[in-house]
Design a protein around this ligand. Structure first.
Ligand code: ATP
Ligand code: MG
Length: 448
């Protein structure tokens, strides 16, 4: 039990395990997907232990619909593969088995071993090497929060509670297992998970679990930027996006993830824009419509892009296209110091931004071309948010809404066109070459 002392260094009481029989808890087998049951029984029939653990058990006990059901077992990945034909092993350091039944993929993890002083760490305390197997008990104390260390045992349908998670679910509390500072140092992403899981369950973060977060927030810099990209998507591209953003701000975490967004939140209009974007994303998720990290990140960084664009073009609206491209480049480069945004998202982000000034140009040819741009829909949704937060004229958004009805482009009044810079006397520019000349295949189709 020495390894447990590492986890509870300040001589805090080490919780004793508790087994709650089926008759005393509400989880029933009928709540588990058929693929999960097949994996559990397959492992059990082969003589192994098999449990549902983590978010699946937690969410069911809290009366919510789980996203997925993770399985923990004492079978080694190779042994899991021998049991299920549809099994694939993933991961290099710590191998995880993916078992497929129909559309359902179950993640099966072999019990992890204890974290001890001999584990390889970086200078901040972050665990680097992590590839030892263990027992149910060592696995339980490796988990982050007490509510995430509840195991549903397929042998007798009981729940095993090592860390007091059942009481914490009843009390609505998110509590780290062991010494909070040590656990955050081991893996700083746990600070983000605390905020996310608390908001998801409408729980509160227990005092000593919340206390070190502000101080340790800078440790997020040690996390590989690609992992942070995924964590930010999980936090902000979900039903609780607005609450999570507020939580990240409150604990001083946002400044180490997206410093631009953090600063923008101090300005009421920018804050309104970002929150509207997150609320809109949440509504789309509830309505089961598609959402894209490109749109999310485009919104999070827009206040910075917009402010920098204005600085660069110094009121000369003819320069806006060049300025916005340069501003996009700069803002993305700074953001990438914290979070890696994969190219498949940063390219559409740039397009969404670049199309914004083009909405101001409502003369026939240009407007028609914009309507048929492949990124029009996302850029238009973005314009609607800008208008709702007062950053773009509502009349402009309405015009583009009408322009898509298919009954021809709506008229632009003199005052509106002046506002666009479109009504002002223009030097006639002669088109050179074919770049701007529309080819027959580019004929706009109404309503797109
Ligand atoms: P959800 O699936 O709803 O996002 P979750 O808690 O299930 O929440 P997963 O990322 O699916 O999150 O992780 C499954 C389980 O693995 C967790 O419940 C927890 O027990 C453990 N876990 C995940 N991340 C960590 C971590 N950083 N440190 C310790 N344990 C973790
Ligand atoms: Mg999960």
């Amino acid at each position: 039990m020495n390894w447990l002392k590492t986890l509870f260094p300040r001589n805090k009481k080490i919780p004793a395990p508790k087994r709650v029989p089926r008759a005393e808890h509400p989880i029933s087998r009928s709540q588990l997907p058929s693929g999960t049951l097949k994996v559990l029984y397959g492992l059990k029939d082969a003589g192994f232990e098999a449990y549902v653990v983590g978010g699946g058990v937690r969410d069911l006990l809290a009366g919510m619909e789980p996203k997925d059901f993770d399985i923990a077992t004492n079978a080694r990945p190779e042994e899991v593969r021998q049991i299920f034909r549809s099994c694939r092993l993933v991961g290099r350091r710590f191998v995880i088995a993916h078992v497929r039944f129909g559309d359902e993929i179950s993640e099966v993890t072999t019990f992890r071993g204890p974290i001890t002083d001999s584990h390889e760490r970086d200078e901040t305390g972050r665990i680097l090497a992590d590839n030892e197997y263990g027992t149910l008990e060592t696995d339980a104390f490796r988990r982050d929060f007490t509510v995430n260390a509840l195991y549903y045992d397929i042998r007798d349908f009981s729940i095993v509670d090592f860390a007091g998670g059942l009481d914490d679910i009843k009390a609505g509390v998110i509590r780290l297992i062991g010494d909070p500072e040590l656990r955050y140092r081991e893996d700083p992403v746990r600070m983000l998970r605390a905020v996310r899981i608390a908001n998801k369950l409408k729980f509160h973060i227990e005092k000593s679990t919340a206390a070190p977060i502000r101080k340790l927030a800078p440790l997020l810099r040690e996390i590989p930027p690609a992992r942070l990209f995924d964590e930010v998507v999980k936090l902000l591209q979900c039903r609780d996006g607005v609450a999570n953003l507020q939580g990240l701000r409150e604990y001083g975490l946002l400044a180490h993830l997206l410093p631009h967004t953090d600063m923008a939140m101090a300005k009421p209009q920018s804050r309104d824009f970002v929150e509207r974007a997150l609320a809109n994303t949440a509504e789309r998720i509830v309505a089961e419509q598609t959402v894209s990290p490109a749109f999310l990140y485009a919104a999070l960084l827009w206040p910075a892009v917009q402010a920098r664009t204005q600085q660069l073009c110094k009121g000369d609206s003819a320069q806006v296209n060049v300025a916005i491209a340069e501003a996009s480049e700069e803002v993305l480069a700074k953001a990438q110091q914290h979070i890696v945004i994969p190219k498949r998202f940063s390219v559409p982000m740039r397009e969404i931004w670049a199309l914004q000034p083009r909405f101001d140009m409502r003369r026939g040819g240009r407007a028609q071309r914009l309507l048929t741009h492949p990124r029009f829909r996302a850029a238009y949704d973005f314009l609607l948010l800008r208008a709702a937060s007062g950053e773009a004229p509502q009349e402009l958004a309405d015009w583009w809404t009408q322009a898509q009805t298919g009954s021809g482009l709506p008229p632009v009044t003199a005052t509106e066109s002046n506002a666009d810079g479109e009504g002002a006397p223009r030097k006639r520019r002669r088109r050179r070459g074919g770049r701007n000349r529309r080819r027959p295949s580019e004929q706009p189709t109404a309503g797109e």
